[in-house]
Design a protein around this ligand. Structure first.
Ligand SMILES: O=C(O)CCC(=O)C(=O)O
Ligand SMILES: [Fe+2]
Length: 197
């Protein structure tokens, strides 16, 4: 387990490309695809209800309620696998997390649009630990309005862990674009600390 800082101004990003060995990450990928209660939720964009271009799930402590893109989430109780991952990531990052949002990108057509994880429930400068499993996808960052800095891109291979904290969400947006490459499934788990009202 070795974190390196990424050279992004007005952010605090730490990256470990091999947090989990590839063999373990692959076992976990298959297990989570099989066992997680995946949902295909709608998202409201400009007053229109559209299905999200990915599957999602939300697990956590009972009080970790969360609203995301206008949707309210009740956490499912921790499974054994997710609880043990949470513990390992808490130890590695020195940070407490009470929930995890899972995203399942079935192939290159699934994606995540530009956003910052800056919901009030996450507090002032949230620490978010992002674990990737499966196909390598490009994670992109761009400055928010008023900040004149170049965009940044980073490949997230299987087993990698990206810790975003400090002013990152305040100054940057991120996205996971579609790709035309024929690729397999990818899971992303973002461990979060949610302060419910
Ligand atoms: O899939 C990813 O790497 C990013 C996920 C993300 O940004 C989120 O869940 O908020
Ligand atoms: Fe995000």
């Amino acid at each position: 387990m070795t974190f390196s800082p990424l050279p992004l101004p007005r952010a605090d990003l730490l990256f470990d490309p091999v947090f989990l060995p590839a063999a373990e990450a692959d076992v976990l990928l298959a297990q989570l695809i099989r066992d997680v209660s995946w949902e295909h939720r709608n998202i409201r964009i400009f007053g229109k209800e559209l299905p999200q271009p990915r599957l999602t799930a939300w697990y956590g402590d009972p009080d970790a309620r969360y609203s995301y893109s206008g949707l309210a989430w009740e956490p499912r109780p921790w499974t054994l696998a997710l609880h043990s991952l949470r513990q390992r990531i808490e130890t590695a990052t020195g940070t407490a997390f009470n929930s995890v949002l899972l995203n399942y990108y079935r192939d290159g057509r699934d994606s995540m649009g530009w956003h910052s994880d800056d919901e009030p429930e996450l507090g002032q400068s949230p620490a978010i630990a992002s674990l990737s499993l499966g196909a390598t996808r490009r994670f992109r960052l761009r400055p928010r309005a008023g900040l004149d800095l170049p965009p940044f891109g980073l490949d997230l291979p299987t087993g990698s862990l990206l810790l975003m904290r400090g002013p990152t969400q305040q100054h940057w947006q991120h996205a996971l674009p579609k790709t035309a490459r024929p690729i397999g499934p990818r899971l992303n788990l973002t461990f979060r600390q949610v302060y419910s009202p």
